[in-house]
Write a protein that binds this ligand. Structure first.
Ligand code: PLP
Length: 464
């Protein structure tokens, strides 16, 4: 085809959105066909009088909407509907686009970060100081990375100094390092009654007992925490006050204040997992702000930027910093300095905030879609959360429905995966962000709707 040069409508919104819309319009009208390669971003930017980063954002938005799919260095190609027929992209479409519809993993959508990575790696290479990224722990590099971590945590609503920041290989390692630093074999760890599953495995490996604390739609109940503290010795609480895994419960500021007060009166240390902290636009202040002397806050760039960077940040009270640092060093020494450098540059130049905003918009679109399709179902979620919690009809077990959905080509997680005690509620968790095509997400949600209709327990006959 002749070089594709769209006409950009003077519609509300940014130029990048207008270009993404133009891609969709031209696919629908047949001007662009499945497998067509879009022009290189710089060429199109030149033709349209736009900046290269505007075109990059537009291509990322088009990918998010499921119009195109690309690979760094090979180009961006028009997807076929459903990612199946007429694939002329030379095998660029990910196998996942043809396999089961995956709502089981709480990952961000692979947005513009991939395109930016090439540029950032080139800029790092041009900086000429490559040896320091191969060094074990170059002091000046580490200082900059801790600074960036402090900036990132401050964006969560908590002013932070670099001396209180420890780098980890993602939030999960940050949580584990905090446990290594603060728990001893035989201790009891207080947790939400439904919990991020690796925490159960960590407790098992450390020889630590879990004591579940009941929740409502805001998360941990202060009275129940109080009761759990009285029922036996416990020194540590792990919780996720914003967009809890798996229930999406988010504590109000008042709830945070009350949880902090209970922790203070029972001398509990808190590990606050704030890995989703930047997703909601107006988010409550972290729990750590209400009990800074006893809270270890853990976050990362995984949900806002890219999980493959494996860069997390732990903010600890000054007296705990050496122990947390030693625990990270024990299990991995440190995140690879090159990855921490990429995260630092993106935090410093505002790219990370920009990518996070794109994840937030994407999550909001997907939540809106889920609320439309599952409108008559008991959903718990937040407008900008990446996951939702779906109650099931009476007498339908969470594991049965997951099995039936898997046979129908949809992957979700049952409550049993997260439950600390044997009696779990009948509910399932759906993660909406990672699947790239809106069409696949809509099809998956329609199947979930059908499978959760009263009387449709045996969903084995469902087909996509
Ligand atoms: C509550 C919670 N904490 C931590 C993580 C892991 O984050 P990271 O990829 O930064 O290790 C996840 C990932 O799903 C999560 O849900």
């Amino acid at each position: 085809m002749a070089i594709w040069t769209p006409a950009l409508a003077a519609a509300p919104g940014t130029r990048a959105e207008a270009l993404a819309r133009a891609i969709g319009d031209d696919i629908r009208s047949g001007v662009l066909k499945p497998g067509d390669r879009l022009p290189p971003q710089r060429d199109l930017a030149y033709r349209l009088g736009l900046s290269a980063s505007t075109v990059m954002r537009a291509y990322a938005e088009a990918a998010r909407r499921g119009y195109v799919e690309g690979a760094v260095g090979r180009g961006t190609f028009v997807r076929s509907p459903g990612g199946q027929a007429g694939d002329r992209s030379g095998g660029l479409l990910r196998p996942a686009d043809r396999g089961p519809i995956d709502f089981s993993q709480n990952l961000p959508f692979p947005g513009a970060a991939a395109g930016l990575l090439a540029e950032t790696l080139q800029a790092i290479a041009r900086s000429g100081d490559m040896a320091s990224y191969l060094d074990h722990q170059d002091a000046s590099v580490l200082r900059r990375h801790r600074n960036a971590g402090a900036t990132w945590i401050a964006a969560h609503g908590l002013p932070t100094t670099p001396e209180t920041v420890v780098l980890a290989n993602g939030a999960q390692q940050g949580v584990f390092a905090a446990f290594l630093a603060l728990l001893r074999c035989g201790d009891t760890l207080l947790v939400e009654e439904l919990v991020y599953p690796p925490v159960k495995a960590m407790a098992r490996h450390l020889g630590v007992r879990l004591r579940p604390v009941a929740m409502d739609e805001e998360g941990l109940l202060p009275d129940m925490l109080e009761a759990a503290c009285r029922s036996g010795p416990a020194r540590l609480l792990y919780c996720t006050p914003t967009l809890q895994t798996p229930t999406a419960a988010t504590m109000s500021e008042d709830r945070r204040r009350r949880i902090a007060a209970v922790a203070r009166s029972h001398d509990l240390t808190i590990v606050e997992d704030d890995v989703f902290g930047l997703l909601p636009h107006s988010r409550p202040t972290p729990l750590a702000a209400f009990a800074p002397e006893r809270t270890v806050l853990v976050t990362s760039v995984s949900k806002s930027v890219a999980p493959g960077l494996r860069v997390g940040y732990v903010r600890a009270p000054a007296q705990l910093v050496p122990a947390v640092h030693a625990a990270v060093a024990l299990s991995s020494w440190m995140p690879p300095p090159l990855m921490a450098e990429i995260a630092s540059r993106w935090i410093e130049d505002g790219t990370a905030v920009h990518l996070n905003a794109a994840q937030r918009r994407h999550a909001a679109d997907r939540q809106a879609m889920a609320h439309r399709i599952l409108a008559d179902r008991p959903i718990r979620s937040r407008p900008e959360g990446s996951h939702l919690w779906l109650g099931l009809p009476a007498h339908v077990s969470d594991t049965e429905i997951c099995h039936a959905l898997r046979l129908a080509g949809v992957l979700v997680q049952p409550a049993a995966t997260f439950a600390v005690s044997r009696r779990e509620p009948d509910a399932i968790r759906l993660c909406l962000s990672h699947e790239s095509g809106d069409d696949r997400v809509a099809a998956g949600l329609a199947l979930v709707h059908a499978a959760t209709s009263p009387g449709a327990v045996d969903a084995r006959s469902l087909v996509i």
